[in-house]
Design a protein around this ligand. Structure first.
Ligand SMILES: Cc1cn([C@H]2C[C@H](O)[C@@H](COP(=O)(O)OP(=O)(O)O[C@H]3O[C@@H](C)C(=O)[C@@H](O)[C@H]3O)O2)c(=O)[nH]c1=O
Length: 185
């Protein structure tokens, strides 16, 4: 059993797999290729990633890989919680530059499907938050790109003041939307 919540950007989807509870706890099929495909999430995932962020207020992103290594992603949280954000960077999309922001947590079991053509990032809401995700193309450092997380043009309401965010050096210096070359037409 799988529930799919619509978002204001139709290709970006929030999925919640069902949980079967008993006296021990619960069991959940967190990925089922056929059921996810039936729910409109058809991607051939080839790599699973895991990141641990020690502090609340850690921001990773906004990231994407260019073709031919462009990635769809399926994001979930196994410990703690995040505000997960996807930004449409498909230049001819009616929702170009728009975003969807959703709280994902170990407790709520929600997953974000990030389609190809979107930049993705998150802010951790708790210490020691562990994020697991599947990607549909292998990592390629040469094709790895970013978009500035707090670019005002994106109008993202991050749950942290910019000066207090824990960031990589790379993410402090990403280009703004207006400076981004066309990676996805
Ligand atoms: C993403 C990635 C990184 N790495 C390496 C590169 C670097 O040495 C180290 C840390 O990489 P980063 O700083 O890019 O890690 P991080 O900032 O966690 O990057 C991730 O952010 C989230 C928001 C995403 O959407 C992911 O696709 C990915 O871009 O891990 C891999 O070996 N394989 C991978 O697939």
């Amino acid at each position: 059993m799988l529930s799919v919540e619509p978002t204001k950007i139709p290709d970006a989807k929030v999925i919640t797999p069902g949980r079967l509870s008993d006296s021990r706890g619960y069991f959940s099929e967190v990925f089922h290729k056929q059921h996810f495909a039936e729910a409109g999430i058809a991607a051939d995932f080839v790599q699973d990633n895991c990141s641990l962020s020690a502090s609340a207020g850690t921001v990773r992103g906004l990231h994407f890989q260019a073709e031919p290594f462009a990635q769809a992603k399926l994001i979930r949280v196994v410990r703690g919680s995040i505000l997960d954000v996807v930004v449409d960077i498909r230049r001819s999309s009616p929702t170009y530059g728009k975003h969807v922001a959703v709280e994902l947590s170990a407790e709520n079991g929600r997953q974000m499907f990030v389609p190809i053509g979107f930049a993705h990032g998150f802010c951790t809401l708790e210490p020691n938050t562990e994020v697991h995700y599947k990607v549909s193309s292998y990592y390629s450092a040469a094709h790895d790109h970013g978009l500035l997380w707090d670019d005002p043009a994106l109008e993202i309401e991050w749950p942290i003041e910019p000066s207090r965010a824990v960031l990589s050096d790379k993410d402090r210096h990403q280009p703004k939307l207006a400076e981004l070359p066309v990676y996805f037409s």
